[in-house]
Design a protein around this ligand. Structure first.
Ligand SMILES: Nc1ncnc2c1ncn2[C@@H]1O[C@H](COP(=O)(O)OP(=O)(O)O)[C@@H](O)[C@H]1O
Ligand code: SF4
Ligand SMILES: [Mg+2]
Length: 401
């Protein structure tokens, strides 16, 4: 048999193989669906009543309510975030943890409306952001013109890589000034500079006048991240999203940056959504923890619930795989197997193929959320008789969009 025939046979066997005909069908479907979604969004954005809503609980800053964010890719629909429910209460830190690719960043980008559209779309659910006057924005429908007044002002983000977040051709002072100027149109240039210097001092820059006139490449990684924090906090946001803020920094600087974030959060009375794959970072800072796996929340609760009483086999596995100071082990535990293919998710528990605790019930549909205490919720069949069933995560049928 010719090599070409052999290759095409083995390619066809693999689940990721797509024929030219299928590929054309996917492209047509994506074009049609994303066009429809963009139109629906544009229409909703014209009417404030369609993007104004009410918080379920006024004490929350943000409520994610069954949020589904999908990517319409050439290989099919990737359900990056699929039925995510959690709240960020006022003046608190919520840690979002999970391994790479589980949908942490996509959750935060959905909130900031920074998804690469039209490929990435929030196709279902509501993201409510508290305005503080008894009403809330439903971010999913909010038009860009309104988002521009919220983003960087009431809602700001600190990214993983401080070098790429800062513009290399502008001085530090100009970059911090820009944010303050944009959201405070009536401030004089002198007041803006004074506010920038105040922010630089607040984030622990000793030589603030000198740093004001420096370029990003003249600063160390830790200092650059402090500048990014200054930019994020310049307008006293109600929520700071920190997406892996310390992953690119070395360990001693990590601790300083986390301390700084925690202190500033208390000073400004903001909340933090702290996204990380590092359980150690969350343990020291978070009040509440949300554990994600393959685009869904598998467990959520207070830091004490998650760290001292983990229930979901994935969370238990994560805890077992973290090194403990003073405890000698030959080899650290690792969770066997790998995450399922995001284009072709199974209809049973996503963790089942890796789960060492699975039971007879696990072959059924995806498990419901079980409330095991006032604060602790877990999605696993093992706990069905130990709490109240809250319901099943709701996926969106893309064919019906
Ligand atoms: N621009 C994109 N196009 C297609 N798929 C994407 C895109 N961005 C993210 N994804 C998908 O979303 C999933 C979640 O990504 P992400 O939220 O960035 O993961 P993480 O938890 O590491 O932050 C990834 O597995 C990837 O398949
Ligand atoms: S539902 Fe079953 S397979 Fe899924 S995590 Fe729980 S025990 Fe494991
Ligand atoms: Mg990420």
């Amino acid at each position: 048999m010719a090599l070409k025939d052999k290759l095409s046979k083995s390619e066809k066997k693999s689940s990721s193989y797509i024929s030219a005909k299928e590929s054309r069908r996917i492209t047509r479907f994506n074009r049609k669906t994303t066009k429809k979604l963009e139109k629906k969004r544009a229409d909703a954005g014209k009417d404030p009543a369609l993007y104004t809503t009410k918080m379920k609980d006024e004490n929350n800053v943000v409520e994610f309510d069954n949020v589904c964010t999908y990517f319409f890719t050439d290989n099919g629909v990737v359900k990056a975030v699929d039925g995510v429910n959690f709240n960020v209460p006022r003046c608190s830190t919520v840690g979002v943890v999970g391994e790479s690719g589980c949908g942490k960043s996509v959750t935060s980008l959905s909130l900031m409306q920074l998804l690469p559209r039209p490929t990435g779309q929030t196709v279902g659910g509501e993201i409510r952001f508290n305005k503080g006057d008894g009403t809330a924005y439903n971010i999913v429908n909010t038009p860009n013109s309104v988002m521009e007044t919220i983003r960087g002002n009431k809602l700001s983000m600190i990214f993983q890589e401080p070098m790429t977040s800062l513009n290399p051709v502008f001085k530090i002072g100009e970059q911090v000034n820009e944010v303050i100027e944009l959201h405070n149109k009536d401030m004089s240039p002198e007041d803006i500079k004074a506010r920038t210097l105040e922010m630089l001092e607040l984030v622990g820059i000793a030589n603030k006048e000198g740093v004001y006139n420096m370029y990003p490449h003249e600063l160390s990684g830790g200092m650059r991240q402090r500048i990014c924090i200054a930019i994020a906090l310049a307008c006293s946001p109600t929520l700071i999203i920190a997406d892996e803020p310390t992953t690119a920094l070395d360990v001693t600087i990590q601790a300083q940056i986390l301390d700084l974030l925690q202190n500033l959060k208390d000073k400004l009375q903001s909340s933090i959504m702290l996204i990380t794959h590092d359980l150690g970072v969350v343990a020291g800072m978070a009040d509440y923890v949300v554990v994600m796996y393959s685009g869904r929340i598998v467990e959520k609760g207070t830091a004490d619930d998650i760290f001292h009483h983990p229930m979901h086999p994935y969370t238990i596995g994560l805890m077992a795989s973290k090194p403990v100071v003073g405890k000698k082990v030959e080899e650290l535990y690792n969770i066997p197997g790998s995450v399922p293919n995001p284009v072709n998710m199974p209809n049973y528990c996503y963790f089942k193929d890796r789960c060492e605790m699975h039971c007879d019930k696990c072959g059924g549909v995806y498990p419901p959320e079980i409330q095991v205490s006032d604060t602790h919720v877990v999605s696993c069949y093992r706990y069905c008789d130990q709490g109240k069933e809250l319901g099943y995560p709701k996926s969106v049928n893309v064919e019906e969009l």
